[in-house]
Design a protein around this ligand. Structure first.
Ligand code: AMP
Ligand code: ZN
Length: 468
């Protein structure tokens, strides 16, 4: 029996789909005006694990993810600069070129992390007419009103407003900087449609003149279009609970007159060194940057699986190093199982399989399931253990079929590396620790110029004489 924690009811519930035939699921996708960082990726790994566990339980899936290629405005507010246009101006490209570029990078990143592609990827710019129809309908039903700068949703017309966030909403209101818009009836009213200034690049014809859609209507219009008026699961990061998802509920329930999503699931945030991840702190790493630093995407995925999705996960390089070691060990022990001719009794295999299923079906307790995998591989080497690990990997997605022996110790290293070169290598390690990548690169060049080569390894680095 699969149990999932539902943010709406604040408890674990037995999962039952609306239709036995397929599970319908919607996940808030990326805003493609910049690179997605590892925090965003944690949320998509969570979405992926959920999809895999649903499949393990025998369900067919129809899951949808949107691509926000209409620049939505700063944070959750309806005012401020359009981020897509800002990026376009800075990079002297059209917003469409910007969106295409970052969408492509995003797709490459999720593929590298073994995040399965949802059945439907829906671009906001290809669904503007659906959004306009949705807004018109809300206006007809009396939930929307027009101001000089747009069409707004009147939250006072929807008695259920705030039910998803509950206590979180109070905190939100106290903490929020509510922008002053004297034409709004209630501070929490949000834009369904914005009227565009003539210099706004992305704008579309509508019954209210030229303009562009609000962010929240995007997810409501596309989820209902592909999944129907009642669907099973909606996912996103916890930051979406108080505003974005609250607003989606307000829109959907006004539109359909009923509950529209049965299970709301939210992934907790990833922090870096115990604090917030932000561009200004230069700690928003990307999958590609980690790779350049010697951490394969699978090591990052393994890192994500260390914490339950509803717990904050603290990213540190010490943690990544430990994961890199553990992942290598896992692959090398599995290799010994893979190359063994022995077998394991069926009862033992069944016990591990049942234990695994219990754990992943208990609100996706992946960290415990990974623990179970490590216990299992301590069994005597046998091909059956390898096969069962690969079967479990349908959920973990760690490419365990690539089991391989530990990299051979490198014997080519010379004992007589000059102290000055070793000192440079140490200084580079220090620069890397301080995240001073420019300095680290400069030191590596210096080492090269002196006729030596520095190779990053699991343990740190190796130095050898350059052969050319
Ligand atoms: P965005 O592109 O900003 O809409 O974010 C994409 C997804 O990443 C959303 O589901 C966010 O909730 C999620 N997200 C943003 N920051 C983090 C973080 N630090 N840790 C985990 N998820 C995040
Ligand atoms: Zn959304």
């Amino acid at each position: 029996m699969l149990k999932l924690y539902n943010t709406l009811t604040r408890r674990k519930e037995e999962f039952k789909p609306v239709s036995e035939k397929q599970v319908t699921m919607y996940s808030c996708g990326p805003t493609v005006y910049g690179f997605a960082h590892i925090g965003n990726m944690r949320t998509y790994v969570f979405m992926d694990i959920l999809r895999r566990v649903l499949k393990l339980n025998g369900y067919k899936l129809k899951s949808v993810m949107n691509i926000t290629d209409v620049g939505h405005l700063l944070a959750d507010s309806d005012d401020g600069e359009d981020k897509m246009e800002l990026a376009a101006r800075e990079q002297q490209k059209s917003p469409y070129e910007i969106a295409d570029f970052y969408t492509k990078v995003f797709m490459e990143d999720i593929a590298a992390l073994n995040i399965g592609k949802p059945e439907v990827i829906a671009k906001a710019t290809e669904h503007i007419s659906d959004m306009i129809k949705y807004v018109q309908k809300l206006a007809e039903l009396g939930y929307a009103y027009e101001t000089s700068d747009g069409i707004y949703y009147d939250v006072s017309k929807f008695p259920g407003y705030g039910k998803l966030s509950g206590a979180r909403l109070d905190q939100q209101i106290i903490g929020a900087r509510v922008e002053i818009n004297p034409e709004k009836r209630n501070p929490q009213d949000f834009a369904l449609w914005k009227k565009a200034e003539p210099n706004h690049i992305m704008q579309w014809q509508s019954p209210w003149g030229m303009g562009y859609p609000g962010w929240h209507i995007e997810c409501s219009a596309m989820s209902i279009k592909y999944l129907g008026k009642l669907f099973d699961i909606h996912t996103g990061g916890v930051d979406h609970i108080p505003i974005h998802h609250e607003n989606e509920i307000a829109q959907n329930e006004a539109m359909t007159g009923k509950k529209s999503v049965n299970f709301w699931l939210h992934g907790e945030f990833m922090q870096v060194d115990g604090g917030k991840m932000s561009k200004s702190l230069k700690n928003t790493y990307t999958v590609a940057q980690l790779k350049d630093m010697g951490y394969e995407p699978m090591v990052f995925r393994y890192f994500c699986l260390q914490a339950h999705y509803r717990k904050t996960l603290n990213f540190t390089f010490e943690g990544m190093d430990a994961c890199k070691k553990a992942y290598e060990r896992l692959l090398s022990v599995l290799y010994k199982h893979k190359t063994s001719n022995k077998t394991t009794p069926k009862e033992i295999l069944d016990k591990y399989r049942a234990d695994f299923q219990d754990k992943v079906n208990d609100d996706l307790n992946i960290p415990l399931a990974v623990g179970g995998l490590f216990t299992m591989i301590k069994e005597d080497y046998s091909k059956d253990i390898y096969n069962l690990a690969v079967e479990m990997d349908k959920v973990f997605g760690l490419s365990l079929e690539k089991a391989r022996p530990l990299a051979e110790e490198d014997n080519t290293q010379h004992a007589d590396i000059p102290a000055a070169i070793t000192a440079l290598a140490e200084a580079r390690t220090e620069a890397k620790r301080n995240k001073d990548w420019a300095k680290a690169d400069a030191i590596r060049n210096e080492i090269n110029a002196a006729g030596y080569e520095l190779i990053d390894t699991k343990q740190g680095y190796e130095l050898r004489e350059r052969k050319n």
